[in-house]
Write a protein that binds this ligand. Structure first.
Ligand code: GLN
Length: 274
């Protein structure tokens, strides 16, 4: 047994079993306490039942399960999102895509988020821009169920579509298209490390050269964007030049890449000339 009855929260944090921040999050979750309540109760001894609950969560974390899946939640763009293994855990670097979209979405514009997963991008945009008409698609019914709950939870209207990329989009056009598609190359060692081991492979990798989903999205965008509409894409650290070439090849204008807070070219895009 890792955690016995009678142990205090402060002792668990000091034990060095896990990262102290992780320990605090897991204990708070197991006991149903807020972070502030946790601080004021740091010297309270756990009951046998509480110790069992904490131990169960700590054991999962020690097996490598991501904190966000254990507690079922992750914050993105200042909003709370439910997450579970049907969806990728929203990453802070993806907030770049939301910021780029906010700068380029015309007033009362419509936008489409492709491969929405937890709905993080679509819901954050709908929350920031109540004037916009927001649509989001995903091939996974499980992901769409999570995304719907996240829209509801954050009080925004999003139209959700189950669709394999553009398959169910028909001939609709949007003022902006945004996507964080699976872009990790098949066999990349990161897929078998850390949090990624627990996340849906279909959200991470195209099982090919890493560019196949990006190619499909870019190739279809000209007939699904209104004149002047932007396409904004997240991609891997070494894919910016390849993505710009694909965008130029489809006739996009003002093609460029943007760096995330780590200085990595993380997103690229361009607009359809009028
Ligand atoms: N940014 C994720 C990672 O490298 C990958 C997400 C994706 O493929 N869209 O962990």
């Amino acid at each position: 047994m890792l955690i016995a009855a009678g142990v205090t929260l402060a002792q668990i944090q000091r034990a060095g079993l896990l990262d102290p921040v992780d320990a605090r999050i897991l204990v708070a979750h197991a006991l149903g306490l807020s972070r502030v309540q946790l601080i004021t109760q740091a010297d309270r001894a756990l009951s046998a039942d509480e110790a069992r609950r904490v131990e169960n969560l700590v054991a999962r974390r020690l097996q490598g399960e991501p904190i966000a899946y254990i507690v079922g939640e992750r914050e993105f763009f200042g909003l709370p999102f439910e997450v579970m293994p049907d969806v990728l855990i929203p990453r802070p670097e993806t907030e770049l895509l939301v910021e780029l979209a906010l700068q380029r979405l015309p007033p009362d514009g419509s936008l489409l988020d492709m491969g929405t997963g937890s709905g993080a991008i679509a819901v954050a945009l709908a929350h920031e821009r109540p004037d916009a008409t927001v649509s989001a698609l995903d091939a996974s019914a499980g992901a769409l169920a999570v995304a719907r709950r996240n829209a509801e939870r954050n009080g925004v209207q999003v139209e959700f579509l189950q669709s394999d990329w553009y398959a169910a989009v028909g001939d609709r056009r949007f003022g902006l298209i945004v996507s964080n598609p699976p872009y990790i190359v098949a066999g990349d060692s990161h897929l078998s490390q850390g949090d990624l081991r627990f996340e849906p492979a279909s959200a991470l990798t195209d099982h090919a050269d890493g560019l196949s989903a990006l190619r499909i999205i870019i190739a279809g965008a000209p007939v699904h964007l209104q004149p002047g509409g932007w396409l904004l894409l997240e991609h891997g650290y070494d894919q910016a030049a390849a993505v710009r070439e694909l965008l130029n090849g489809q006739g996009f204008s003002d093609v460029q890449s943007w760096r995330d807070l780590a200085g990595i070219e993380r997103a690229s895009g361009g607009f359809m000339p009028v």
